[in-house]
Structure formats: C-alpha cells, structure tokens
Design a protein around this ligand. Structure first.
Ligand code: GLU
Length: 294
C-alpha cells in the first residue's frame, strides 16, 4: 500500500468548534496509526467571510490541540487558477450553464409550488433543487440578464454529466477511528442525481466548495479523506467531478458528529462550543478529549 496522505481542511469563516477538534485529532491519529502523513489545507475561497483574524485564531486553536502538520500549508485563495482550469474543462465538455435565479427567486418559486401542494425535491442538505431559469423567468428577462451585468452561478448539468459518465460510480468507505481504521472498506453507490445541478462557481468566485475540494485533494495527493458525517452525501458530487476530470479517487472515512445540547450539528456561531472560548476558560486537553469522546 502506498503511504496514506490525510488532510484536515478547515474554513476560517468563523471560530473552530468541538467538531473541528474531533476532526483534526482523528486525522492526526489516523495518520500516525496507518503510518501516513497529515497535511493542513485552509479552505478560504469565501474571501468575504474568511478573515486574517479568524485564520490566525484558527492556527492558535490548532496549536492548542497539539496538531502537527506538514508545511507549506495550501491556502485555497492561492489556487484559483487551478479551479478555473478545471471549470474550463467542464465547460468545454458542455456540462456547465449560467443560472441567473437569485436565492430569493428560487425560494419564492419553490414555496409557491409547495403552497399548491407540489412536493418539490430537495438535495441531501435540504436545499430545493434548482428549478431552471425557464421555469421562473420570461424569455425576455432571461435575455436581458444574460446581456447585462447580472450576477449568475455556473451550475453543473447533473443529468448530462451522469449520461456522459455512463456507468454507476462508487466510493470506498472505511472506519474513522479505533480498530475500525484497519477494517476493510464498504463499497458505497454514488447517488448524485439527488443533488441536482450543483453550483460550481459564481460570477465573482471562480469556484465552489465541491470543485475546489476535488481539485485540491488530487493536487495534494490525498489518499484518505477523513471528515465529518455531514459531508457524507457530498461525496457523491465529488465522485462525479473526479470522474469527469479524470482525477484519482481517495478512500473516504466519515466520522461521527458532535451534537449540541439541542441535538443539532454544532455551528460556528455557537459560543459554548468554540475552541477559543473553551481554551481561554482554561479547559485541559483531558477535558477536551472527554468532551469529544476520545
Ligand atoms: N472546509 C470544509 C469545512 O470546514 C471541510 C471540507 C472537507 O473536509 O471536505 O467544513
């Protein structure tokens, strides 16, 4: 087996929380247990929400966790040219189209249909699938927006992408911690149609989470993606993009999530689970590990 390469890929668009601590420490443990390497990647494509202050605090949190990673650290904001290249390849395949509906227009259209009793399909994250500009805008309005400076998203035509691939896709899912790390993987079927036409880029941002993550995992030679269960279904989109772009396929390991008192996934705005607040309050490593079940 080639040497495993893991990565921890946080976004400095808010304060890291206990869920990030679990992810970071599981990646570090898995890399040691399997005799591999750990890379850190700063996922800062959202240049309005990711700030230098948040990034600095993120590094402080990671140092407090005792995390060690290899240098240099890849920063996604330095890699836009690579994402643009990948996007252009998908455009050359005729799989990308500009979509002009705003979030409010999509929401308004879908709630209108739902009020009429139509059950509108939602993606695995709960967002309504894109209805298509033609379902909402008149032909004149579509032409007007295309000819003007109106904002747009570039979406992947998922049905066409799946037709082009022409065969079922899979990924290998392995254990994320403890003895399960060493167990054989399970073959998981990709269900990408459920995502509809995902956004690959926007007028002002030449990439999206899905596109940049597959490009970077390939560029960095990542063999093992270990991340939270909340990204399990996104793996289907990632497999489609890897297949279209001819990228190698890592093994995947999705770990349990730390839930808040309300039973929901932690969010970066929740103060009582923020690593900075917990470390400032004097939490010890032993307490931290206990809190996240390690
Ligand atoms: N940057 C993503 C996050 O902070 C993680 C991406 C990934 O691990 O694939 O949620």
């Amino acid at each position: 087996m080639t040497e495993p390469v893991f990565r921890f890929a946080p976004s400095p668009n808010g304060h890291l929380h206990l869920g990030h601590a679990l992810s970071a420490l599981l990646n570090a443990r898995a890399a040691v247990a399997l005799g591999g390497r750990l890379l850190l990647r700063v996922e800062d494509i959202d240049q309005t929400r990711c700030t230098p202050d948040l990034e600095r605090e993120m590094f402080e949190d990671l140092a407090w966790l005792g995390l060690h990673w290899e240098e240099p650290v890849v920063r996604q904001s330095d890699c836009f040219a690579f994402y643009r290249q990948a996007l252009e390849r998908l455009q050359d395949m005729g799989l990308v189209y500009p979509a002009y509906l705003t979030r409010a227009e999509i929401k308004g259209f879908v709630s209108g249909r739902e009020a009429e009793g139509v059950s509108w399909p939602r993606d695995p994250d709960g967002a309504p699938l894109y209805p298509g500009d033609g379902a909402v805008l008149s032909e004149d309005e579509r032409k007007r927006r295309a000819a003007s400076d109106a904002p747009f998203a570039l979406r992947l035509d998922m049905q066409q992408a799946l037709t082009r691939i022409g065969q079922p896709l899979f990924w290998e899912e392995l254990g994320a911690e403890g003895p399960a790390l060493f167990e054989p993987g399970r073959k998981i079927s990709v269900e990408a149609a459920a995502w509809g036409d995902v956004v690959l880029a926007r007028k002002d941002t030449p990439t999206s989470y899905h596109l940049s993550v597959v490009v970077d995992d390939a560029r960095q030679g990542i063999t093992d993606v270990l991340r939270g269960q909340d990204l399990y279904h996104a793996t289907s989109v990632h497999r489609v993009l890897q297949e279209l772009l001819g990228l190698p396929v890592p093994r995947y390991r999705h770990h349990r999530l730390i839930l808040g008192k309300d039973g929901r996934k932690l969010s970066k705005s929740n103060r009582d689970t923020s690593l900075k607040i917990l470390r400032d309050a004097g939490m010890s490593h032993a307490e931290l590990r206990k809190r996240i079940g390690l």
